[in-house]
Design a protein around this ligand. Structure first.
Ligand SMILES: [Zn+2]
Length: 373
């Protein structure tokens, strides 16, 4: 989730109108084969901020924003989820890190969980709540979108393992350790280093998440936290919406030395689509507002597949949480084009299916197995 400033909103508008394209690389054209490979797989996206978008612009009400209808001002609605072949989704129950100052982080997080509850109740033909990997598989087979929740930022637990357990009990199956600001127990990638990683309590949070079977999400955290959390965790970790630092050196992207630890850990790095995280440094230096194209995103997928292995890469769009997106990845209807571009680059159907969702499902199952021990 990125807070959109008015300037960014205007920039996004201008770009949507300009249809900027990667002149060196042509638009991706979906073939019958691409469509078949995509829809026979299980797309399980790691991060969608529709609940926050609903809170901000829809008064948290599906009466005001009926997602059964086209909602062109958002990235997500039911008609486009279907066109995109979304089979499972982690819905983010993000609340601002500023709630650390107002003291109502848990309350607001519970309100976001309630929005997801409302969505599931209002559109029962489309969505079903999932609390385990087995449930995801069952729901996907039934033709509905398996819906799991993820907490974005350890501020939501207000320093209490009891609150962490409450969030697990309400259905949350990952927690991003930090958002954009440091906590009293963990450093964020986008704040000044304070603890040198995780404090003792931070390590305890990771162990408690392992015990519960809640995935430890390392998007947004500092590289020191990434390494220490991998050291402490006895379960696979995820990056629910992060791209590769080697391609674009944004502080929030994942360095190669962390990618190289994924095979031992069994974790997954799910690539974020936000232009600012995706566009290569050189290209970005020429034009800070360049939106980029789908090719830039697939470059990140390919880099992670090369350095960490094809078993350790996934998709975490950040739709409805970011103000600017690459051409041909403008909303949730566009995922089949990623499958197509992976085919174009020589990826096999089994490998594409791993990237779309098989890998994150394996990581979730791994975390459940550790919890049972
Ligand atoms: Zn985020």
């Amino acid at each position: 989730m990125i807070r959109m400033t008015l300037v960014a909103a205007l920039a996004a508008l201008v770009q949507t109108g300009s249809h900027a394209q990667d002149t060196a690389r042509p638009a991706v054209v979906l073939t019958d084969e691409g469509r078949a490979v995509h829809f026979s797989g299980m797309l399980f996206d790691g991060h969608n901020d529709l609940p926050w978008e609903l809170r901000e612009s829809g008064n948290s009400s599906f009466d005001q924003v009926d997602i059964a209808k086209n909602q062109p001002h958002q990235h997500t609605d039911i008609p486009r989820l279907k066109r995109g072949g979304v089979k499972a989704q982690f819905w983010s129950v993000y609340v601002s890190a500023d709630t650390m100052l107002t003291g109502d982080a848990l309350l607001q997080t519970m309100q976001q969980i309630d929005i997801v509850d409302q969505m599931l109740k209002r559109y029962p033909q489309t969505f079903e709540f999932a609390s385990s990997a087995a449930e995801i598989e069952r729901i996907v087979k039934s033709g509905k979108i398996a819906s799991m929740m993820g907490v974005e930022g350890g501020h939501s637990i207000e320093g209490s393992l009891g609150n962490l357990r409450r969030l697990y009990d309400r259905g949350c199956r990952y927690m991003t350790l930090t958002h954009s600001k440091n906590l009293s127990w963990a450093d964020s990638a986008t704040d000044e280093e304070k603890h040198g990683g995780l404090t003792d309590f931070g390590k305890e949070v990771v162990r408690e998440m392992n015990r519960l079977g809640m995935l430890v999400d390392l998007s947004h955290v500092s590289p020191a936290v990434m390494h220490q959390a991998i050291d402490v965790s006895s379960a696979p970790v995820i990056f629910s919406h992060s791209s590769a630092l080697a391609i674009n050196d944004h502080a929030r992207n994942v360095p190669d030395d962390v990618l190289k630890r994924m095979p031992d850990n069994g974790g997954v790095v799910m690539v974020n689509f936000f232009s600012k995280f995706v566009i290569p440094t050189a290209q970005r230096n020429e034009n800070e507002d360049a939106p980029g194209t789908i090719h830039d995103v697939v470059d990140h997928i390919h880099h992670i597949a090369t350095v960490a292995g094809v078993d350790h890469v996934g998709i975490g769009s950040d739709f409805d949480g970011v103000p600017r997106l690459p051409a041909q990845l403008e909303d949730v209807s566009t995922y089949p084009l990623i499958t197509q571009e992976l085919l174009n680059r020589g990826y096999t159907k089994p490998d594409i299916h791993k990237i779309l969702g098989g890998n994150v499902l394996r990581a979730l199952r791994g975390a459940e197995k550790v919890a049972k021990r």
